[in-house]
Design a binder for this molecule. Sequence first.
Ligand SMILES: [Zn+2]
Length: 214
Amino acid sequence: MKLHQLTNRIWYTEHDSATDRPTLGYIMGDRRSVMLDAGNSGAHAELFLEAVRRAGLPRPELVCISHSHWDHTFGMASLGLPAIASEKTNALLLQMACWGWSEREMAKRLETGEESAFCDTHIRLEYPDLSRIQVRGADIMFQNRLTLELGNCPLELWEGVSPHADDCTLMLADGVLFLGDAYCSVPLGMNGSMIKTCWKNISVCWRKQTSVFA
Ligand SMILES: [Zn+2]
């Protein structure tokens, strides 16, 4: 896994479509570093930590979660880092933590629409042994906004509206906005008011002279 440097304080990895491993972010403050999103499995999260080690960067002390979807969160359980998420995201994680992963349970969620065929396929590819899936809630929850001071590098988290998921946290540090999947128009679809809200979010960042990064 390659870690790309974006600014003096920000690094990221690329999306891997094979098993739907999303981009993960890393922010280094003078006092502490954080990881942005936890990856879709322990294997994904471990590759990220290994890339951080190889780059000679400090191990992250926290992980911040953009939204509850499996590919951004299933790595939380094995990371061993305190996780920060919105209350909305945490509630969705706690729901998923009660899910079973037998064939019958997975088939039922596909039938009811609780799970999509796309996620079902990629979960099976990432987890040849489905019994290894572990889902847990966050350790620190917030509503609306939260600022973390990482040491001459504030990280701002705020809840946004997204056409992609019912929960959405945008993350801003060192002039870079980490979107997670916030502006992806599937699976919820995009309606007029969502487009307006999305543009409002982006315009707030432009006013702060920020580059937008997904
Ligand atoms: Zn998503």
